[in-house]
Ligand binder design. Structure first.
Ligand SMILES: NC(=O)c1ccc[n+]([C@@H]2O[C@H](COP(=O)([O-])OP(=O)(O)OC[C@H]3O[C@@H](n4cnc5c(N)ncnc54)[C@H](O)[C@@H]3O)[C@@H](O)[C@H]2O)c1
Length: 279
């Protein structure tokens, strides 16, 4: 996910003008404490919601009034997130038979956050077909299955919004990430094509494209890139995107894209990356 060790591309600041950390873009993530009911009463499914950005999103959506179905292969983690939401006064269940159970409990899903996904950091020539197929299943086929299962109900309900988690990796390649980058490129175009096919039936579909974010996935990626000799130190990341993203940075973008605030936004790729893609 981090760009190749380019001399120019990674630098936010010209060489020799390194800023102190405190001067760097954005500073620490700020908690969003304004709740405006932007998803009030909406049946909402979040995949990959037991951890990281998915968990932060499920909690933020619930705080905005959504009835959240927390979907994750980590059933205990999903139940813990749902319980936390309920304890805060929100509405949430953890589901394994995802769409049917969510619809039975909350009504037709009108907001879907296709966030679940995984990582591969490995030299291209060491990749096996089984690894290739497994990551495409996790990152791409999962979006196809969830979206296909949700759309009939969403259309009957008069429309809705879908957000798919893509990545800076969909458009910025990194050594050792051919498989991951290709899978995120597919997510990128999946969302755009769904947006076009369903625009006139009231369904919007967009991607959020995070830079490096402080989650188990993000930390693993940094560790594994570093082990491969790809620059991914704290300083490399600060130069590329100001600071490490926080899960809430992404949750707030996903909320915007699911809510009516983005009513004229569809087929878009929204980069939440501290400027990584702008450098
Ligand atoms: N963290 C980053 O730096 C970063 C940057 C860009 C994109 N992303 C994307 O974010 C997603 C990972 O989220 P995160 O960073 O919050 O990581 P995370 O590791 O904190 O959470 C990922 C969650 O997804 C779940 N999951 C994995 N496969 C699943 C499946 N098949 N079905 C249901 N749940 C599944 C895991 O159990 C876990 O709870 C991926 O789509 C990844 O490509 C992450």
């Amino acid at each position: 996910m981090l760009a190749a060790p380019s001399k120019n591309k990674l630098h936010l600041f010209p060489p020799g003008t390194k800023k102190k950390k405190s001067d760097m873009l954005g500073g620490p993530a700020v908690e969003c404490d304004r709740r405006t009911g932007r998803l009030e009463g909406r049946s909402t499914i979040v995949t990959g919601a037991a951890s990281g950005m998915g968990a932060a999103s499920a909690k933020l959506f619930a705080a905005e009034g959504a009835k959240v179905a927390v979907v994750d292969v980590n059933a205990a983690g999903a139940e813990a997130v749902a319980a936390e939401i309920r304890a805060a006064g929100g509405v949430a269940i953890a589901v394994s038979e995802a769409v049917a159970a969510a619809e039975a409990a909350h009504g037709p899903c009108v907001c879907l956050f296709n966030h679940a996904g995984g990582l591969s950091v490995k030299p291209f020539l060491d990749l096996t077909l089984a690894e290739w197929d497994a990551l495409f299943a996790k990152n791409v086929t999962s979006m196809f299955l969830m979206t296909r299962a949700v759309l009939p109900g969403m259309l009957k309900a008069g429309g809705g919004a879908i957000v798919c988690t893509s990545s800076i990796s969909a458009v910025f390649a990194t050594p050792g990430e051919v498989l991951y980058d290709a899978s995120k490129g597919a997510c990128h175009m999946f969302a755009r094509a769904v947006a076009v096919e369903f625009r006139d039936r009231g369904v919007r579909c967009n991607t959020v494209c995070p830079g490096f974010v402080d989650t188990p996935h993000g930390r693993k990626e940094i560790r594994e890139l570093t082990a491969l000799g790809v620059p991914a130190s704290e300083q490399d990341i600060a130069e590329a995107q100001g600071r490490l993203g926080q899960p809430d940075d992404i949750a707030k973008v996903a909320l915007f894209l699911l809510s009516d605030d983005s009513s004229f936004v569809t087929g878009s790729h929204v980069f939440a990356d501290g400027g990584f893609s702008a450098v």
